[in-house]
Design a protein around this ligand. Structure first.
Ligand code: FMN
Length: 260
């Protein structure tokens, strides 16, 4: 019996060293947090805060792009797009005064405005063709700019099926899905929260569009999908409502011809 326990301990320790060598942290299991139990945490490369593309050029080039080149996206590009969506721009250690204690305060102001700085949006990434990131579904964690692995299954086709089989979703190298947690905002704003959360999706989406343009990556905001099906494909918790889908892929050449 003692030998078996010793063997199990050695096995767990070896697993820990393998994860450490790969730069993958094992998050400690949290009671009641079904989604994060034992999830792998993948640190993302630090985002850049400068580029050679002016904001005016990105705004002028922005178009909804539904067809992409076959090239993979890099993990640095994914890092940049997720930062643009919901990354930190300034530390804020304490949560706002009216913060729903049911949720964890992440610790910073973010790239997109949010009513009361309550940040109700959760960002998921479906990776399909990303260099340096295995296929699967991940949740973006702003507090340490990392990804938490939810499943290793490629869900792009299932997600497309939940959204009228839109080909942009199936063909994308990666896909961002935004899910709103109304309770985080309604704790302070009551019924007004619904409006606020919907406004926030638009702000976040525009950041992703513009950051994409600066990187030569196309996207489109997709609102036509069956909520229940998207929720089921991504195994979203009860309090998260899918609000927008944004497929991502390298721009096909004709798309950049608008404003060379
Ligand atoms: C709320 C909303 C929902 C949308 N839903 C879809 C969609 O389901 N599928 C799609 O291909 N485009 C969708 N779009 C993108 C619009 O079709 C697109 O923004 C519009 O044609 C204008 O083109 P532009 O974005 O290139 O300026 C949506 C846009 C918004 C704002």
């Amino acid at each position: 019996m003692a030998n078996r326990i010793r063997l199990a301990a050695i096995f767990m320790l070896s697993l820990g060293s393998i994860f450490a060598a790969l730069g993958i942290a094992q998050e400690p299991a949290k009671e009641g947090a079904k989604q994060s139990v034992g999830a792998e945490v993948i640190p993302l490369p630090a985002p850049r805060h400068e580029s050679g593309t002016s904001i005016e050029r990105a705004i002028n080039l922005r178009r909804s792009i539904r067809g992409y080149a076959d090239d993979p996206l890099s993990i640095s590009e994914i890092s940049q797009l997720l930062w643009a969506a919901q990354g930190f721009t300034q530390e804020r250690k304490e949560p706002p005064r009216l913060w729903n204690p049911k949720y964890e305060w992440q610790g910073g102001y973010r790239t997109a405005p949010s009513a009361g700085a309550l940040y109700p949006m959760e960002i998921y990434l479906l990776a399909g063709n990303v260099e340096g990131l295995a296929k699967g579904v991940y949740k973006y964690v702003p507090k340490n700019h990392s990804l938490k692995k939810m499943t290793a299954v490629d869900k792009r086709t299932d997600l497309s099926a939940a959204a009228l089989k839109q080909p942009s979703i199936e063909k994308a190298a990666a896909i961002v899905v935004m899910a709103g947690v109304y309770e985080r905002t309604s704790f302070k704003y009551g019924e007004r929260a619904e409006r606020y959360v919907h406004i926030e999706v638009g702000s976040i989406a525009e950041n992703v569009y513009l950051q994409g343009m600066a990187l030569g990556i196309g996207t489109v905001i997709i609102g036509a999908f069956a909520d229940k099906d998207v929720k089921s494909v991504l195994q979203l918790p009860e309090d998260e409502s899918p609000l927008a889908i944004m497929p991502l892929g390298k721009l096909p050449l004709p798309a950049v011809a608008k404003n060379p």
